[in-house]
Design a protein around this ligand. Structure first.
Ligand code: ARG
Length: 567
């Protein structure tokens, strides 16, 4: 489709003596396909030519001549509407997908550019709450999306492995934790220690003092304290990695907050030298132009903050990765924090690194019916519990369909995890997500299992036919049913969807897209028999089935969801 759009842009550009790129960017896709496949609005030209948009559109139409891949041009109001030649669309789209296979979405616009994606980033000794699951899932999808665009992607887990909470956990561990076996479920146990010592601190001011002292010793590199800290961090990290393994996620860097402990001095010096660091009620802050609340760099007791560490991280990432963009995935409650550090960043890094800093916020997770999620007994709902429950439920759903055994076990994993990820990525990320396992595991409706199942169906059609279609089987004159054309035009959009998902940092663009593809395929499947007598027609239809399979499978993979071959 894009090649036809390019032909149109070139033709119009020639008539108007404009740049092709500019015209290309202005071409829209009409909402209603009756209005054609592409529309060029002439309203903005009215003031230039001092004529009504309709007249301008008519003038362009007269001078246009034949445009390759276009069967009809119409003027409607101030629009020039173009109808793609279906023969060309069918040929190019289906052949192209069969040719590109697993790269059917891919583009190359990011080649030579580096993007850092800072995601997941749980806090050690604090609950890995379900918000971190969102950060993990959305971030990992963006990693895949940008990779498909050709970017060099650096996935960073900015671990919350530093901060006053460590002063407390260390104190708790010293007082009552020595007998606790941290090799099993360390995350949960550390949280329990943290919760308990905090309770005790409410009654006992001495604990608060001790915790402060522990943290100060950690900052200073005290051997005993660092050893404990490092043990807590390592054990927790091992457990996180097991979760990431299940989700199929790896990071390029686990440089967390602690990594910047010895790198903040430089930041403080830079801010001081630029004259931007000012005292405020005993603390040291940077005043901002766009925010009332200044960015706190040093607290009254002289210790650094979450923001100071993030600024050191920006400096480090600019130097180490020379990034074009650096994305941060957190809940929207951190909006202010990111505004503050991004504005402060201009005093420490070259200005070219500032516009690429982007906070990618998301909404909260709510329970069924939009109610607040009940945190279970104990300190946390671990992400592991959530995943285990999803897999268990998927197993039950599959059992009810008569599927058991080892293979069913594997499928249950793909379906259970897939359902959770799909649900998370289904709507605009800024919307609160409803977490309802029963709903997301349904095999019909807008769910992961539905799309996975549709993929499986494309597969089993091919298997049943016992024939692997190839590009040579694509015959435009045979694929003319309305359902076919609709499906093919949708498939043609795959690369555009990838681009849009990246532009908006919005994986839901792809989720919605594959839901549409799945339902267009179901319509096609219901209306057009695929295994027909006529060999050429059968093979052409199988080629379309195969192409649909590629778009569904790779769409799922891009979201971080497995596409099982059987279900
Ligand atoms: N650890 C933080 C939290 O759980 C998220 C960190 C996000 N990344 C960053 N560079 N600040 O809230």
């Amino acid at each position: 489709m894009d090649s036809i759009k390019l032909n149109i842009a070139e033709a119009i550009a020639k008539v108007l003596e404009k740049e092709t790129d500019e015209v290309f960017a202005a071409i829209e896709t009409p909402k209603d396909s009756k209005m054609g496949d592409f529309a060029y609005p002439c309203f903005k030209l009215a003031s230039v030519f001092k004529k009504a948009p309709v007249m301008i559109a008519n003038n362009i139409k007269e001078k246009l001549g034949d445009v390759e891949g276009v069967s009809k041009v119409e003027v409607v109001a101030g629009y020039l509407n173009f109808f793609a030649d279906n023969t060309v669309v069918v040929e190019t789209t289906v052949k192209n997908i069969l040719n590109k296979k697993d790269a059917c979405y891919n583009l190359e616009e990011g080649v030579g550019k580096t993007i850092c994606i800072d995601y997941s980033s749980p806090n050690i000794a604090k609950p890995f709450h379900i918000g971190h699951l969102r950060s993990t899932v959305i971030g990992s999808a963006l990693v895949k999306i940008y990779k498909a665009l050709g970017y060099n992607v650096v996935g960073i887990n900015h671990l919350g492995d530093f901060g006053t909470q460590f002063g407390y956990v260390i104190e708790g561990y010293k007082r009552f934790g020595q007998n606790i076996d941290l090799t099993e479920e360390p995350i949960k146990k550390l949280v329990e220690i943290y919760v308990k010592i905090n309770e005790m601190a409410k009654e006992d001011e001495a604990i608060v003092e001790k915790a402060r002292e522990n943290f100060a010793r950690l900052e200073a590199g005290d051997e005993e304290i660092v050893a404990l800290w490092s043990k807590f961090r390592e054990l927790s990290l091992e457990e996180y990695k097991r979760i990431y393994d299940i989700l199929g996620i790896t990071f390029d860097s686990y440089n967390g907050e602690a990594f910047y402990n010895d790198k903040m001095g430089e930041v403080v010096d830079m801010l001081r030298d630029s004259g931007k660091l000012v005292p405020s009620e005993g603390a040291q802050v940077v005043e901002l132009e766009t925010e009332k609340v200044p960015c706190m760099i040093l607290k009254t007791n002289g210790s650094t903050t979450y923001a100071t560490r993030d600024l050191a991280a920006i400096l480090y990432r600019a130097r180490t990765y020379d990034y074009t963009k650096c994305l941060y995935l957190t809940g929207y409650e951190q909006n202010l924090h990111f505004k503050q550090i991004f504005e402060t960043a201009k005093y420490i890094v070259d200005e070219k690194y500032v516009p690429g800093l982007v906070h990618v916020p998301f909404g909260m997770v709510l329970g069924p019916g939009g109610k607040k999620l009940s945190t279970r007994k104990g300190a946390s709902t671990t992400i592991k519990d959530v995943i285990d429950e999803a897999i268990e439920k998927a197993k039950q759903v599959l059992e009810a369909k008569g599927k058991t055994g080892e293979e069913a076990e594997k499928i249950a994993k793909a379906v259970g995890i897939g359902a959770v990820i799909f649900n998370d990525l289904k709507n605009n990320r800024i919307k609160d997500e409803i977490f309802d396992l029963d709903e997301m595991l349904k095999f019909e409706g807008e769910t992961g299992p539905y799309v996975q199942y549709t993929y499986v169906r494309t597969n089993s059609i091919i298997n049943k036919a016992g024939y692997e279609p190839t590009e040579a089987d694509v015959k435009a004159e045979l694929l003319t049913a309305q359902e076919e054309i609709e499906l093919i035009k949708l498939l043609a959009l795959a690369p555009n969807m990838l681009k849009q998902a990246a532009n908006e940092n919005e994986p839901s663009v792809i989720t919605r897209y594959i839901i549409d593809v799945a339902s267009a395929f179901s319509k096609y499947y219901n209306e057009c028999q695929i295994i027909v007598e006529d060999e050429a027609l059968r093979k052409a239809r199988l080629a379309l089935v195969k192409a649909t399979g590629y778009v569904l499978k790779n769409g799922l993979n891009m979201l971080g969801i497995e596409a099982p071959e059987k279900m």
